[in-house]
Each structure stands twice: as structure tokens, then as C-alpha cells.
Write a protein that binds this ligand. Sequence first.
Ligand code: ZN
Length: 324
Amino acid sequence: MLVLFFCVVLHEYGHAIMARKYGVKTKDIILSPIGGVARLESIPEEPYKELFIALAGPLVNVIIAVTLSIITLSIYSGGIFPSSESLELLKYPSEFIRFVIVMNIALFVFNLVPAFPMDGGRVLRSLLAIKIGRSKATRTASLIGRILAIGFIVFGLLNSHILLTIIGVFIYVTAGSENKSVMITEVLSNTKAMEIVNPNYTIIDVDDPIELPMNIYLRGGEKNFLVTDHTGAIVGVIPELFLIDAIKNKVKGLVAGQRMSDKYTSLPEDSTLMEVYKLMSSQGMAIIGIVNQEGERIGIIDREGVSRFLEIRFSNSKAKKSPA
Ligand code: ZN
């Protein structure tokens, strides 16, 4: 098991090192009983980069298998495959090495199954993306992945191969969410922040009682607020989370300034919604100000605005599709 995990770690390092070559950092590597994932900070838009990053992992398993095969062939007789399936034989170094070779071949083959989240899914998507563009490629790759997943599930159930069934279910779910996330990225990148900027927002003074935004929130109004000082300069924000917390704990007698966060920034009016979204998710910001070329604030976009926009966009696209 230790050696298996070690090979999986090396596989993930393959992805991470190739990603770094293209300037993409790896957040972390997660190891789970059914495999590892190197979580990259972003997936490069250029298909060939994604292709090489996806291939780098399985390539590591090929290198391990080939290296061990050369070693085995040069010091032992009897080929590179274990002489039987009996785990008893693993106590012999020669059999143990052969077992590790087979394990790496299995890792290579399994990871190249053309379905998300396996590397094969990314290979397929990037190859398709060269021809038909990234979003269409993702849709197609995700569909192929789901068909394969159903195949795994059915085959697993018929042959009482429970692990294969579980993997099938896992692939089915992941293939769908990969598709959704690419669609969201695309919609956000193609929308200007100006399209959903809210020019009518309540500004809370730093000395206003905290009950003021709490009441607006409770009555179904805005969910995130800007806080300014007496000169009108922004000094902080009160995000929805703080309000929920204040309401739950029946906070009384405080002023806005005592319950605010300093996470605020603004973006120019020609920014895309993707830039807004990235700031919100990476910096945990609840509100972003949108400013014109003179630097004057023309409005705000908060988390609520972005999620409502996505809800509308995705319900529309479903409604349009259903008659066909
Ligand atoms: Zn991989």
C-alpha cells in the first residue's frame, strides 16, 4: 500500500511539475483511497498545455514501469510479470518488483480512461478543444465520460465488481460538475461587470447602529454593505456572514464600525465578471466596487448579484433548450 501511495504521489508530482513549467502553481495534492489529485490553481486555456499537464502524470508511471522492468530483466530471470497472483510471493524481492511494475501499468491504463476526473478525460477534452473550442469540447468529453461511467456501473453490478460500480458513480458525478464549472467560467468571462453593476445600494456610516444593516437584511433587502466614514471614504464592508452572526447572537448596541471587515477593493468598469468572481473567491470578498475611468464609484457588485446572475443565465439556457 505504501509503495502504491508513493507511486501515486510521484504521478501527481508529474502533473505539478509540468504545470509549473507553464507557470501554473499547484495548491495541494490530495491522496484518497481511489487515487490522487493535484489541485492546480488554474487550468491553462491553451489546449496543448492542458494536454501535456494531463499526460505528465501517466508518463511518470510509464517511466517507473520501464525503469523497474529494465532492472528486473537485468538481475532476475523470468520476465517482468508476477509468476502468480498469490500475494504470498510478495515476500520475494523479484516478485515484489514485478508487482510494482503491474501496479504502474494499471495506474497508467486506469488514468487514461477518457472520463473526468481521470487524466484521460482531460486528454480527450484538450484534443477536442483544438478542433471545436474549449466549452464544446468539455461538453462532449463530459458526455463521453458519463456514458463510460454508466458502462462501468452496469458492468460492475452485473459482475459484482463493487469497486468498479463506485468508481462509475464517482465519474458520473464529476463529469457533470466539470461541465458546469467550465460553462460558468465561460459565461463569467463573456460578461462585463457593467452589465450587473448595482448603482442603488445602501451605504452604512461607520457610526450607524449595526441594527440598521441587520434590519435591511432581515426584511429581505441587501445582503452586503459598504461602510464609509464621515468624509464618505470607504472604510470597510459588512458581509452577509457577519450579519447572520450578529442576528444569531442577538448583537445589540454596537455600531457598524465594530462589526466590519476590511476586505474591499474596486475594479475598473471594463472588467469582466470573471475578474470580479476571482477576487470574491480567492480573497473572500463579499462586495467589489466598480469605478469609471476617473476612479469614481459607479456601483457595486456583491456575491448575491453574481449568484443571482448565474441562476438567471443557467435557468434561461435550460428553458431555451427544452423545446428542442
Ligand atoms: Zn493524473
